[in-house]
Design a protein around this ligand. Structure first.
Ligand code: TXA
Ligand code: MG
Length: 321
């Protein structure tokens, strides 16, 4: 059920129930971080492996930074500059009741985020506990960017706090701050250039698969829609896939199309592209498209995160093998 009643949602969280809520990145599925039984409900609802750690959210930057002793200076600078916002910082974890072992999958680190979305802030501000929240989708599916997407994933029984379509549209940048030199674990709206500017550290994104750090977002198949996603450089490249009829295909690109598609949208900016990407995937599925063609942006700005998600979405695509 989609509701505007924030107090109802706060009460549900306080009572150890799940609440899906809007953030500026994607919608989250929240439970109080200090309750093993509440957090367990997230893993059950999502069908998510227990060893995949959750991000703990709170409204207050000082509270967020107090969760770990010995936070490096670079992390403080990042927090100062980009919180509240679409960034998650991973810290060394001190055993604390505020964030239960189960919510971090037994890890010795903890991922923290202070979101900027006004509704998320209103929800979290008075709570007095952290809220663990993965994206509000079933494990391995496309992240939701509207309340309706969450409803499609979990049905009417799920309490969903209403909000507009997530502004960024892609999950937060995850930065490991376990050492003074930060490391990007997942690309997002906060870019390597942003991090360099603020901390002086050059973080060219290492491969998550090599780092040995367990991040489901780093799995090749994550974020996949149920139909083939094919990354192309320009619309003409579609001719190389004669098995797909344009009338049964979707195209997301930067310029007006030269032929008719079942579903087509052209974006003006990378930001708009990121904002629309996941909802376009879902629409293409609903419209019964056989393939989603996407013209990839350049590897710059949020284009880095878009390309990361496109690669993951197309990992199981048979047509481009
Ligand atoms: O934008 C976002 O980050 C959204 C909103 C709701 O905040 N959340 C989100 O959560 O995308 P989720 O669970 O779908 O993805 C979180 C990622 C996972 O890949 C998880 O492995 C990683 O964060 N993660 C969580 N804790 C971690 C830790 N201690 N060390 C390394 N990675 C961690
Ligand atoms: Mg997710």
């Amino acid at each position: 059920m989609i509701t505007n009643d924030i107090q109802l949602c706060r009460d549900a969280l306080t009572n150890g129930e799940l609440v899906a809520f809007p953030t500026e990145t994607v919608f989250g599925l929240g439970a109080r971080s200090d309750s093993k039984s509440a957090v367990e409900k997230i893993f059950v609802a999502k069908d998510r492996p227990r060893n995949h750690p959750l991000i703990a959210h709170c409204a207050d930057i000082d509270v967020a930074l107090a969760i770990s002793p010995g936070i490096p200076q670079s992390a403080r600078l990042l927090a100062q500059e980009f919180w509240p916002g679409p960034m998650t910082l991973v810290f060394k974890r001190a055993k604390a009741d505020a964030i239960c072992d189960e919510s971090v999958g037994g890890s010795d680190t903890v991922a923290i985020r202070v979101p900027s979305h006004p509704v998320a802030r209103k929800l979290l501000e008075p709570l007095g506990f952290f809220v663990s929240a993965p994206s509000a989708n079933r494990f391995g599916r496309v992240s939701p960017t509207t309340p309706k997407h969450v409803l499609e994933e979990f049905g009417e029984k799920m309490l969903i706090l209403n909000g507009e379509q997530s502004e960024v549209g892609l999950e937060s940048t995850i930065i490991s701050c376990v050492n003074e030199h930060p490391q990007i674990l997942r690309a997002g709206a906060i870019t390597p250039q942003d991090i360099l500017r603020v901390t002086g550290h050059d973080v060219t994104k290492g491969s998550d698969e090599d780092s040995g750090i367990r991040v489901p977002g780093a799995l090749k198949s994550h974020y996949a829609p149920r139909i083939d996603v094919i990354i192309i450089k320009s619309e003409e490249e579609i001719n190389e896939y004669p098995q797909f009829n344009p009338e049964r295909s979707a195209l997301l690109s930067f310029s007006e199309p030269t032929q008719r598609y079942r579903l087509q949208r052209s974006m003006q900016t990378y930001e708009e592209f990121a904002h629309e990407l996941y909802s376009f995937f879902r629409e293409a599925e609903k419209n019964g498209c056989d393939a989603i063609f996407v013209v990839a942006p350049e590897e710059q700005g949020i284009g880095i995160a878009i390309n990361d998600r496109l690669r993951k979405a197309s990992a199981y695509c048979t047509a481009s093998l």
